[in-house]
Design a protein around this ligand. Structure first.
Ligand code: MN
Ligand code: MN
Length: 284
């Protein structure tokens, strides 16, 4: 039999029953505050995933062996609370079935649905923005409020890496969290910061969320809310290689494919890295 390309993530060749990792897209950008277009993120990430070799030389691992299933894209409603509820339903089912979810956005508000299903003790997020607003655009479920909602949903420790944007109120709230700004990452180096985070996590459960705009928009300009002077794709790769294996759930949000493909390419590569790093760690 010949191989057929399709519009699912490359190497997602396992059945749902056999899979350990379940990818799903949430093509929703209903609350985006600046440029729309993250609804096209999941399919842009899938498309570029076929560009990469199955073998990951850094890991000595062939990704098609990991046990990956791609459910496709969730049908989305128009209100963010409805999308979040639908995502929570999907994530609960995945959790009950012992799967590791890999969600592709779409806007960052989607993360709340996944987080509510997993209720991980620690929440680690890479983001240019604090996302700690009480509400924005007349809704508490705007993508600018997501980390605040995760705090309220019961996260014991919240680590924000790469932030460089927020209101005075958000920065005041962030004093109760672990905030590693983009400048802090540049000054101290990501390795030292990750050592500190892993020590603080101390074996507790972890949710890992990547907002694509954590990376400097001069490097990956496919973003709805671009911010310069950010962290690099190398920094985010280090976060994924070291925190990824500890995570029970993972998402990559806010890819807005209006660039030459850089942002989706980084996302596609890093989703593959997450799965490889997580799989190898779990086999040890
Ligand atoms: Mn965000
Ligand atoms: Mn952001």
């Amino acid at each position: 039999m010949q191989y057929f390309n399709n519009n699912l993530f490359a190497d997602a060749i396992s059945s749902y029953e056999d899979a350990r990792y379940v990818i799903f897209g949430v093509p929703y950008d209903g609350t985006t505050s600046f440029l729309a277009g993250t609804r096209d993120g999941p399919d842009a990430i899938r498309k570029v995933s076929y560009n990469f070799e199955q073998f990951l030389p850094e890991f000595g691992y062939t990704l098609s062996e990991a046990g990956i299933h791609d459910l496709g894209n969730l049908e989305v409603e128009s209100l963010p609370e409805d999308v979040i509820a639908a995502v929570e339903d999907v994530a609960r089912e995945l959790r009950e079935d012992g799967k590791v979810p890999v969600a592709l956005g779409g806007e960052h508000s989607i993360t709340l649905g996944l987080y509510r299903a997993y209720q991980s003790e620690c929440f680690v997020v890479c983001d240019a923005h604090l996302d700690l607003r009480e509400e924005f655009g007349n809704t508490p479920y705007n993508h600018a409020c997501i980390t605040r909602r995760v705090c309220e949903a019961g996260a014991q420790e919240v680590f924000i890496i790469g932030a460089r944007s927020g209101t005075e109120e958000e920065y005041a709230f962030a004093q109760h969290l672990h905030l590693y700004s983009a400048d802090c990452v540049r000054e101290r180096g990501i390795a030292t910061i990750l050592d500190e985070i892993i020590t603080t996590i101390a074996g507790r459960s972890v949710y890992l969320s990547i907002d694509a705009d954590a990376i400097d928009c001069c490097l990956t300009p496919g973003l709805g809310t671009p911010e310069p002077f950010g962290i690099t794709h190398f920094d985010v790769r280090d976060v994924i290689r070291r925190i990824g294996p500890l995570a029970e759930a993972f998402d990559y949000m806010e890819v807005c494919p209006i660039d030459a493909g850089q942002t989706a390419a980084v996302a596609g590569k890093l989703v593959r890295e997450f799965i490889a790093a997580h799989r190898l760690h779990s086999m040890q």
